[in-house]
Design a protein around this ligand. Structure first.
Ligand SMILES: [Zn+2]
Length: 238
């Protein structure tokens, strides 16, 4: 992957780095393909001869600790860190200087996201590609992801497919009763939903329970017989 080819331009006047970095942000609900889009972009940059590195939060241990992995099993080596500030010291100054592109997955878990992106893009000339949830399960701003939008050249909001009707889904619904903002989980805890189903299941607790139960049932059946998944999902429609 990383070729570590030096490509940092130096300012001819004072020898400092030229501010030639960029910030790109990929947002959306869970299961929208954010990590897949990030990996595709990082791989493409690597194939173009740029030196790349990927960072994810060490809070998310659902998959391998030393790789970013999509829900459908595609992997890429990464640094799993508690914060972004420690990245440079972990990597080493020389290796950091030679980096061209930094991918950040699950960016909502990094409190120092804004400062890191600012420094990396404005002062160190890095291209930073940030992927994360824009909203939590209550559709409130999650972590610092929205804070970096003013720093970004591009923002891409991806959609998933509503688990209850199949329409485009922009929101993440929590199936369980836990109330904390950060509750790490996959399809057992969360599902992507359209606006109609987000609103319906949140105004009527009974519907939430029924919807969650039917989707949970469909997932159980899916594990034993994937061909039944679609039928079960539509049976679970509300
Ligand atoms: Zn729906």
């Amino acid at each position: 992957m990383a070729s570590f080819k030096p490509s940092i331009m130096l300012n001819p006047i004072d020898g400092s780095h030229c501010a030639s970095g960029e910030v790109h942000v990929i947002i959306g609900p869970m299961f929208a393909g954010k990590t897949t889009a990030l990996l595709r972009r990082i791989r493409s940059e690597g194939n173009n001869g740029r030196s790349v590195a990927m960072i994810k939060s060490s809070k998310d241990t659902r998959y391998a600790i030393d790789s970013v992995e999509t829900h459908d099993g595609i992997k890429f080596p990464c640094w799993a860190l508690p914060d972004l500030t420690s990245f440079r010291s972990k990597l080493g100054d020389d290796a950091y200087e030679k980096l061209d592109v930094i991918g950040i997955d699950e960016a909502q878990f990094f409190e120092d996201l804004y400062d890191f992106c600012c420094k990396a893009a404005d002062h160190d000339g890095k291209t930073v590609i940030v992927a994360g949830l824009d909203g939590d399960y209550l559709r409130r701003s999650f972590g610092s992801v929205l804070d970096v939008i003013p720093l970004a050249e591009t923002v891409t909001k991806l959609s998933a497919r509503c688990e209850l009707c199949g329409k485009r889904a922009f929101f993440t619904l929590r199936k369980t009763g836990e109330k904390q903002t950060e509750l790490i989980g996959g399809a057992d805890v969360y599902m992507p939903v359209c606006r109609q189903h987000y609103v319906n299941v949140n105004v009527n607790g009974q519907v939430v329970i029924e919807a969650a139960r039917s989707v949970l049932e469909s997932h159980k059946i899916q594990r034993t017989n994937p061909s039944l998944r679609q039928i079960q999902l539509f049976n679970g429609c509300i």
